[in-house]
Design a protein around this ligand. Sequence first.
Ligand SMILES: CC(C)(COP(=O)(O)OP(=O)(O)OC[C@H]1O[C@@H](n2cnc3c(N)ncnc32)[C@H](O)[C@@H]1OP(=O)(O)O)[C@@H](O)C(=O)NCCC(=O)NCCS
Length: 218
Amino acid sequence: MNKNDYMIRLETPCDYREVENLAREAFWNLSVPGCDEHYFIHVMRSHEAFVPELGFVLEADGKIIGSIMYTKAKLIDEKGTEKRILSMGPLCIHPDYQRKGYGKALLEHTFEKAMELGYDTVVNFGNPDNYVARGYKSCKKYNVCFEGDVYPAALLVKELKDGVFDGRKWFYHPNNADAPCSDAEAVAEFDRLFPPKEKRWQPSQEEFYIHSHSAITW
Ligand SMILES: CC(C)(COP(=O)(O)OP(=O)(O)OC[C@H]1O[C@@H](n2cnc3c(N)ncnc32)[C@H](O)[C@@H]1OP(=O)(O)O)[C@@H](O)C(=O)NCCC(=O)NCCS
């Protein structure tokens, strides 16, 4: 991959179905049999937390092979001070183009844009393997947790500039943009708009279970 091989640009409405299909290809059977990320993207765009200025696609070989999206979220400290932050995701690269640096390019491009919009922190849930090389750290390192002092192993925090966090405890308050995904029938109905695909088990689903059920306790 070199810089002349691809283009990163804002998503437009004409891209919506192509991006949803890309997400379906990238996430299918990854975390669970099937996936709901294509539906998540579909409903996210009309959620109040969605940040359209950070919805980017990556084009290569004349088609969209990458997509990244962000929503607004917040941190609240023990004195009630609120800090507006970004929640990143979904991020996906078409399976035929993975591990060539395109995901890195989308992240780094959008980190710059996020800073221009005045944000200094990005949070997301994910497999640390995909993010530590981009400077993400465990939420525990920055004392960012859920109510009840839970520090999920998959809750990753990226400072967009040095020294954002000063050691005080912050509670993460996600938005509810993914709430419609808990409606299995709505997900299934949306999925019927796409070509049939086989749902099956694969080992990455066990990896997902482990990451998503783990917390850092010491
Ligand atoms: C995760 C994903 C977005 C990464 O994009 P990508 O273009 O494949 O990844 P990149 O080539 O940019 O590599 C990103 C980093 O992943 C890590 N990585 C690369 N290959 C890896 C491998 N085989 N195993 C583990 N980590 C690897 C590296 O840290 C790499 O950064 P570095 O090369 O600068 O050190 C992409 O693979 C994807 O869409 N996967 C399916 C959907 C998904 O999992 N989305 C993320 C939800 S958490």
